[in-house]
Design a protein around this ligand. Structure first.
Ligand code: ZN
Length: 256
């Protein structure tokens, strides 16, 4: 306030012998006391405002720790495998692959999955297909079907795609350590019987693999965007051969 400022300035400038010291000194002391009080009150306010913020920060740190997801439990390999869940990738409005791809992945995966089911049934296994026709099944639905099975393993069938036409070869993915040998068995059967590139057995965290509570693998049966592999896959005899080789890999591991 302008008036109060003036009285303080006058008091400090005109301190002399004729000056009414007691009154003016009192005013100065009062002004100093007032500003100290204000300062102390402000300091207290600041302290009070900071305390809840610090407490909230500590609490949020604690809650962040609590919310951290628990590590996924280890998935054991079943003592006896009686059921193979066969998952034909994509379907319905989900054609698979990359945009404008010549060959629809969803049709090739369904055909290989059906043939694989026949091969495994002939070998004495019970099979469960996540889809039997050209319908869209969501990834959580596929996982739910697989996790409802007992003494079972999950095999997802896909074909690869790339914008680089030269890309080719087979690869097999797994997530849980217990599925690594199943992936290796399928991959080695595919590679030994064909002349294509071995792209290897790879650890991956695809949705259907990381959420499966049974050993799960995903097979990429060649590149539909590669002219040679695409044309080969269009032949029913080649798809039958792929299904036979994958079945051989599954049987070898499940009857190990
Ligand atoms: Zn796919």
């Amino acid at each position: 306030m302008p008036g109060r400022e003036k009285s303080v300035i006058v008091a400090s400038k005109s301190a002399g012998p004729n000056f009414d010291g007691r009154t003016r000194q009192g005013r100065v002391r009062f002004a100093v006391l007032k500003s100290w009080t204000r300062f102390t009150v402000c300091l207290l306010c600041l302290l009070l405002a900071t305390l809840p913020a610090e407490a909230a920060a500590k609490k949020s740190k604690r809650s962040r720790k609590v919310r951290r997801p628990a590590p996924a439990p280890a998935i054991p390999w079943p003592a006896h495998v009686s059921t193979i869940v066969i998952d034909a990738g994509h379907g319905g409005h989900d054609r698979g692959g990359i945009p404008f791809q010549r060959i629809g992945e969803k049709d090739m995966t369904l055909d290989v999955a059906r043939r694989l089911s026949g091969e495994l049934q002939r070998a004495g296994f019970r099979t469960v297909l996540t889809r039997r026709d050209d319908t869209f099944i969501s990834l959580p639905e596929r996982v739910a079907i697989s996790n409802a099975q007992h003494e079972a393993v999950f095999v997802s069938i896909h074909f690869n795609a790339a914008f680089r036409e030269g890309a080719h070869g087979f690869e097999t993915h797994y997530c849980a350590a217990s599925a690594a040998r199943l992936a290796a068995s399928i991959q080695s059967n595919l590679i030994h019987a064909t002349r294509t590139e071995n792209r290897g057995v790879k650890h991956a965290t695809f949705y259907v693999l990381r959420n499966a509570r049974i050993p799960a693998v995903l097979v990429e049966c060649g590149f539909l965007t590669n002219r040679d592999e695409g044309n080969l896959t269009l032949k029913p005899s080649h798809r039958a051969r792929m299904a036979g080789l994958i079945a051989r890999g599954i049987i070898a591991r499940c009857r190990d």
